[in-house]
Design a protein around this ligand. Structure first.
Ligand SMILES: Nc1nc2c(ncn2[C@@H]2O[C@H](COP(=O)(O)OP(=O)(O)OP(=O)(O)O)[C@@H](O)[C@H]2O)c(=O)[nH]1
Ligand SMILES: [Mg+2]
Length: 385
């Protein structure tokens, strides 16, 4: 194992690192996350929720799940993630207990989010970077947060084929996006999967997400470093990248800087660097910059890693790293509370019975939106126990 690895992270399963010694940021209870969605005032929640079946053979004892993960037994790790991804109430208790036991062993990785428009080369970059890191002695876990794949199933297939070499590595664990659920549900699963991978000793977690919707904001809230992958030759509008996404990035990688495209990529990187001067940094004490790389030839990948390492050192030295993680955990707790409250509200039978009436009143412009929301909340309060 190289010094590079030893400098920043060590295996999560350190003998000197006990639950009792863990920081208070890990001392939260993992609360139940809920999937919830509603379109306008109509309730679609219950119909959308699907359960991932767990076969009998996949069910282990609580101790076996915990031990297997801590020993980085890949089969058990995969089974544990399946357990977590299941929405079945039968397994919820077990799943929470396993997570609770693993929580003190998590948190020791560097979490990197990778976003960019479809086809920018995220998966290819993850494969190249992942192989480079494994060569350096790291253990790499790759996760995907891509709610769109629950509809198309496209990316899951793409990830598997595009990370073919990486998926064969013993020190790499790849988990495609959970295949069902709303963004809230998918991210809960991804967050918990991340914690389980950390407990299994993976020290770099790479999380891919498509940068065209809400998911990149969610991924930003669960990672330490956020990389935006762009390509040259397409304007920002064409790339579907909103200014907001650039604002939350810790680095921009202009990918496909190879062959005839090299020159264009360099110009694009310079343009982005100039534009970044006018934006507030995504991370306190760090200046976001644009770089070029080629996920295919590997050129620029070591340099990109150096940027990430430099970032890590700066934010750890300033203590911002720890502060952000604590903030993120807190934010996660609050977003789960919001999800749960929302679900309770829309599932309340009296609220349900009144929604139609209020929809009609609103459509006829016979009630103010503020009044409608106040009255509906009042109905909920009076009818929730
Ligand atoms: N020339 C060149 N092609 C690349 C590079 N990186 C990726 N590609 C190609 O671009 C295409 C898309 O790459 P992916 O890695 O699947 O892109 P992605 O961003 O993960 O795409 P989605 O997951 O579908 O959003 C593939 O055909 C890759 O071979 C690169 O650095 N140079
Ligand atoms: Mg991909």
């Amino acid at each position: 194992m190289s010094n590079d690895k030893n400098n920043i992270n060590s295996n999560s399963y350190r003998p000197d690192w006990h639950p009792e010694n863990a920081g208070d940021e890990f001392a939260i209870r993992v609360v139940k996350g809920k999937e919830s969605t509603h379109d306008g005032l109509s309730l679609t929640n219950t119909t959308l929720r699907k359960t991932t079946p767990i076969t009998k053979s996949a069910k282990l004892t609580k101790e076996a799940y915990i031990k297997g993960v801590l020993n980085n037994d890949r089969t058990t790790l995969a089974r544990t993630i399946t357990l977590i991804e299941s929405n079945s109430p039968t397994y919820e208790q077990l799943s929470q207990e396993v997570l609770q036991a693993l929580l003190p062993y998590s948190g020791n990785s560097l979490r990197i989010g990778i976003t960019g428009v479809p086809g920018a080369g995220k998966s290819t970059l993850i494969e190249t970077l992942g192989l480079f890191l494994i060569e350096k002695g790291y253990k790499v876990a790759v996760l995907a947060v891509d709610p769109s794949s629950s509809v198309t199933k496209g990316s899951i297939l793409g990830d598997k084929t595009r990370m073919e070499k990486l998926s064969r590595e013993a020190d790499c664990f790849i988990r495609p996006s959970p295949s069902s659920g709303t963004l809230g549900g998918v991210t809960r699963k991804s967050r918990e999967t991340m914690l389980v991978c950390e407990a299994a000793g993976y020290d770099v977690i790479l999380i891919e997400t498509v940068g065209v919707g809400q998911s990149e904001i969610t991924v930003r809230s669960m990672v330490d470093f956020f990389l935006l992958v762009l390509i040259a030759g397409a304007g920002d509008e064409l790339q579907g990248i909103k200014k907001g996404v650039i604002e939350i990035a810790d680095a921009i990688a202009v990918n496909k800087a190879d062959g005839d495209n090299m020159h264009k990529a360099k110009i694009a990187a310079t343009d982005y660097s100039n534009a970044l001067h006018y934006l507030a940094p995504a991370t306190e004490g760090w200046k976001t910059d644009a770089h070029t790389c080629s996920a295919v030839t590997g050129k620029g990948i070591p340099e990109l890693w150096n940027v990430i390492k430099k970032f890590e050192q700066i934010v750890k030295d300033s203590n911002f790293f720890e502060r952000r993680r604590k903030q993120q955990t807190l934010q996660w707790v609050f977003s789960m509370i919001e999800e749960e409250l929302k679900e309770k509200f829309y599932n309340n039978s009296t609220v349900k019975a009144n929604l139609h009436k209020y929809t009609t009143l609103i459509n006829k412009e016979e009630i103010l939106a503020t009044t409608a929301s106040k009255e509906l909340l009042q109905i909920y309060q009076e009818n929730s126990n």
